[in-house]
Design a protein around this ligand. Structure first.
Ligand code: HEM
Length: 543
């Protein structure tokens, strides 16, 4: 009756046929959303009466039932970190999300307890959720991907296990090499340009170089239109997660994804993967052996492209922003790179060796980690597979979500003392007396919660070495060749977008116009990257 009422209401408005159709669709959608909300509220009221007193304290929001949902929609993943800051005494707290609870861990001690229960509090169901809601996989394929514990065939984890080794050793070297080769012309192109949107420049340079290295000669993202559709998909990711008529409610993300999947399907059909990287082949072969179709494989591959690009792009931007907005630090880092890395041949070729950045630039490596620590909004997610008593104290129900936000733990005074909230570029170096009276600093021992940007063991980001090589190579080349100034005249922090829940490095909402000027004394256009074999792993602190 309500639906027919809506149709009547729309037909009474004397609009053109197209407008009428559009209005009807919108009204029906509103109706379905309202119906969903009413059912969810009913469930919540029933559910609320069943709170177990051993569960972590529930934090209420200003708006009953849907307040936290609105908070996440507004602030993105940062909302979770904000809650722990607002309620500091709790080592763990719960946000009621209508159909489930999100437990937010705010103490490093509890991370150990989560790690000890990693078969019960698991990352793997998220692979299935992402395959369904984000990549759009359905039916048998989804069942093959689903984790064994939930009666699937466990292909999601099998693919991860096949890909992880390809992000170290020789396979990593090969990719990093190709990335650096593809990056170089981007610096040549900056010469002579007065103003550039620095965020867009980072996005384009990282997209082209990373996907060239991953997909080879037939890289589908070489086509700017496909790359733009990918970013439309990635940047509106959170709307897809609702999984409610995505073609209507998450139009941009859905359309972008479908175009990316179609380009990737075409790539496979042309045999592009046969001349690509080991990581691309690992996914393709594992999915084929498990019986997935080419199109289903292309859907899975779209998730890996998200992992490849969505954090590396904003991380690169923030590294440049945080270096150039601190002239004194920039000066010291330039000095370190000029002395320990840059080599100029008799013919004037300027060589930047990434292996020397890794081994001989402790200040740059420490600064990089501090930028990752202070800029991240990472909140490692896990799903509670069975009822469990965490640390013999907190009861977590099966089906609830657990998260460990880096903002609460990685910036805790318990870990970093009174300077936890400050930017300290030397934080990841430790004092060693050199006997010269000059304080020499090298890397410190690792500590739990010390750097959670790449996740929490046992689920750590396997792409961290690749990302580090790419970001540090790009940053070193930029600081050597160019001066950057904000077009607005001040290094004012730009706004961040909250719509891409998948990016934990603060993607920007608006362009960041920047004046570019070639550095005096470094006008040469003859530049080259080098990389020594077997030196691609960056020993960053993790967990
Ligand atoms: C600055 C760049 C990057 C950041 C900050 C980052 C961060 C993360 C985080 C936080 C996780 C989840 C871990 C957890 O929940 O505990 C993750 C997982 C993952 N990342 Fe990255 N990542 C980056 C770059 C990359 C790159 C370049 C790749 C290359 C393909 C990649 C591939 C992956 C994969 C495959 C996983 C899933 C691991 C698994 O399920 O075992 N990441 N990453």
């Amino acid at each position: 009756m309500y639906i027919s009422g809506l149709f009547i209401a729309s037909s009474k408005l004397k609009l053109g046929t197209e407008q009428n159709k559009y209005l009807s669709v919108m009204l029906i959608t509103t109706f379905i959303l309202a119906l969903g909300l009413v059912s969810a509220l009913g469930y919540a009221i029933y559910h609320g009466t069943r709170h177990d007193p051993r569960e972590p304290p529930v934090i209420s929001s200003g708006i009953p039932f849907i307040g936290h949902l609105i908070g996440i929609a507004r602030h993105g993943i940062e909302y979770i970190g904000l809650q722990t800051r607002k309620h500091p005494p709790y080592p763990i707290l719960s946000l009621d999300m209508i159909a489930s609870k999100i437990h937010v861990v705010a103490s490093p001690g509890l991370i150990y307890a989560v790690q000890r229960n990693n078969k019960i509090i698991s990352f793997d169901p998220l692979l299935t959720i992402v395959a369904k809601q984000v990549a759009g996989l359905q039916g048998d394929a989804l069942n093959i991907i689903r984790e064994v514990e939930s009666e699937g065939h466990g292909l999601g984890r099998e693919i991860m296990n096949a890909m992880i080794p390809t992000l170290t050793g020789k396979s990593l070297d090969k990719m990093t090499h190709q990335i650096l080769r593809s990056l170089r012309p981007f610096f040549d192109d900056l010469d002579g340009i007065h103003t550039v949107d620095l965020y867009d420049w980072c996005r384009h340079a990282i997209t082209v170089s990373s996907t060239d290295a991953k997909y080879g000669h037939l890289n589908p993202y070489k086509d700017r239109a496909t790359a733009d559709e990918f970013w439309s998909f990635q940047s509106n990711f959170s709307l897809l997660l609702a999984d409610l008529f995505p073609w209507l409610t998450a139009r941009k993300a859905w359309k972008g994804r479908e175009l990316v999947v179609s380009a990737m399907t075409q790539y496979y059909l042309l045999g592009g993967h046969e001349n690509s990287s080991d990581i691309t082949l690992a996914l393709f072969n594992t999915a084929r052996d498990a019986g997935l179709s080419i199109e289903e494989t292309a859907r899975l591959e779209s998730i890996v492209t998200i992992a490849l690009l969505s954090n590396t792009v904003p991380a690169t931007f923030w590294v440049l922003f945080d270096l150039y907005s601190r002239p004194k630090l920039l000066g010291s880092i330039r000095e370190e790179i000029e002395h320990n890395v840059l080599r100029v041949t008799a013919h004037g070729l300027h060589i930047v060796n990434l292996s020397d950045i890794r081994d001989n630039c402790p200040l740059l490596i420490s600064t990089f980690q501090e930028i990752l620590r202070t800029r991240t909004t990472a909140a490692s997610m896990r799903i509670v597979m069975k009822d469990v008593l965490l640390a013999q104290q907190y009861f977590l129900k099966a089906g609830s979500i657990l998260t460990m936000p880096a903002e609460a733990i990685g910036r805790s005074p318990n870990i970093w003392g009174s300077s936890a909230d400050e930017f300290d570029e030397r934080r990841y170096m430790k004092s060693v007396s050199s006997g010269t009276g000059i304080e020499n600093k090298t890397r410190d021992a690792r500590r739990v919660g010390g750097l959670m940007t790449f996740g929490v063991p046992p689920t750590l980001c396997p792409g961290r070495h690749l990302a580090s090589g790419e970001i540090l190579g790009l940053a070193a080349m930029m600081v050597l060749q160019y001066d950057l100034f904000p077009a607005s005249g001040v290094w004012q922090e730009p706004r961040r977008s909250s719509l891409s829940l998948v990016s934990v490095m603060g993607p920007l909402k608006d362009p960041f116009n920047t004046i570019v000027r070639k550095r005096e004394g470094f006008e040469s256009t003859s530049w080259e990257f080098r990389l020594e074999e077997g030196k691609g792993n960056f020993p960053l602190q993790v967990g």
